[in-house]
Design a protein around this ligand. Structure first.
Ligand code: NAP
Length: 296
């Protein structure tokens, strides 16, 4: 029987609706409208598209958003001065610096300059550090990784005691997903470009998260029957029959995997839409933290 499809688009829509509702309730009570500041440095076209999508989503949810753009040759001091200004702006509850930064800027220092209470992207070294420690809670969890965990939960996957395999160890996806799975009491194996015999490892996985950025890398016979598969990959492959000349595929060979897995995310329409939904949720949380209300 083909796998259950984990419909990230529908799940994200319902989360966005929930955030919108909560924003309107708090505004009706006279509490501050949640505010998100986005910062883009340089001319990366993909970054501009992502930031526009995030701003549009804020607008739809009733969240105030303001965009800042700095030139690609902006100095470390200029970037940090802008962030300090946003840290002190009471209308702004969340600050999102779109990554990657142009070469020459110190990413860790930029992320470190964001106020911990406004770190809605969850990449501040202290938030990431807390994620890596037992019994500590970060104030914010990065959006894509928390979207992965949310989809796993929604799919009915049992995380506690499960064998989870994460393909990829990047700072933005693989590593934080792995740490979140450990927090959820899964036993986690992290694979990367130097790992030997990855198919033998993935065949033991009750939960498989793929975040390598290689089109259809994971084949159907790498998957344990009954596993839950979350495909984070978004890759363009040429397709002359498609209007734009390409189509998007994940890191998993979907047509093969769907015959083996218990549940699987599609690409597009799986993890992708969750990222923005989780960012909105984090921004609402940041506004509640500013109220002095530390409820999730
Ligand atoms: P990344 O920074 O390029 O990291 C890729 C990871 O995969 C690295 O850890 C790398 O290992 C590992 N890897 C590369 N080749 C491998 C191989 N042959 N076998 C095993 N592991 C291999 O990528 P990323 O930023 O994490 O993104 C991963 C994918 O997720 C991309 O397709 C990206 O577009 C997608 N993505 C989607 C969303 C979303 O849907 N919202 C958000 C972010 C990313 P090393 O560490 O050894 O180099």
């Amino acid at each position: 029987m083909p796998a259950q499809l984990i419909d990230g688009k529908a799940i994200a829509e319902s989360l966005r609706e929930e955030v919108k509702q909560k924003v309107s309730e708090r505004v009706a009570k006279g509490l501050a409208t949640p505010g998100l500041a986005t910062v883009i440095i340089g001319d990366n076209p993909a970054s501009k598209v992502y930031v526009r999508m995030k701003q549009k989503a804020c607008q739809d949810a009733g969240i105030y958003s303001v965009g800042h753009e700095l030139p690609g040759d902006a100095s470390q001091e200029e970037v940090e001065t802008l962030i300090r200004k946003l840290n002190n702006d009471p209308k702004i509850h969340g600050i999102l610096v779109q990554l990657p930064l142009p070469a020459g800027l110190n990413e860790e220092q930029v992320l470190n300059s964001i106020s911990l209470q406004k770190d809605v992207d969850g990449f501040h070294p202290i938030n990431i550090g807390r994620l890596a420690q037992k019994g500590r809670e970060p104030l914010f969890i990065p959006a894509t990784p928390s979207g992965v965990i949310y989809l796993l939960e929604q799919s009915g996957a049992q995380l506690e005691g499960a064998n989870a395999v994460v393909l990829g160890r990047s700072n933005i996806v693989g590593m934080p997903v792995s740490m979140l799975l450990v927090h959820a009491n899964a036993t986690v194996t992290i694979c990367h470009s130097r790992t030997k015999d990855i198919p033998a490892i993935t065949r033991e996985a009750d939960i498989l998260v793929a975040a390598v950025g290689i089109p259809e890398y994971v084949r159907g016979d790498w998957i344990k029957p009954g596993a839950t598969v979350i495909d984070v990959g978004v890759n363009r492959v040429e397709d002359a029959s498609a209007k734009r000349g390409y189509r998007l595929v994940g890191d998993v060979a979907f047509d093969e995997a769907v015959e083996v897995a218990r549940a699987i995310t599609p690409v597009p329409g799986g993890v992708g839409p969750m990222t923005i939904a989780m960012l909105l949720r984090n921004t609402l949380r940041a506004a509640r933290l500013a109220d002095g209300n530390d409820v999730g």
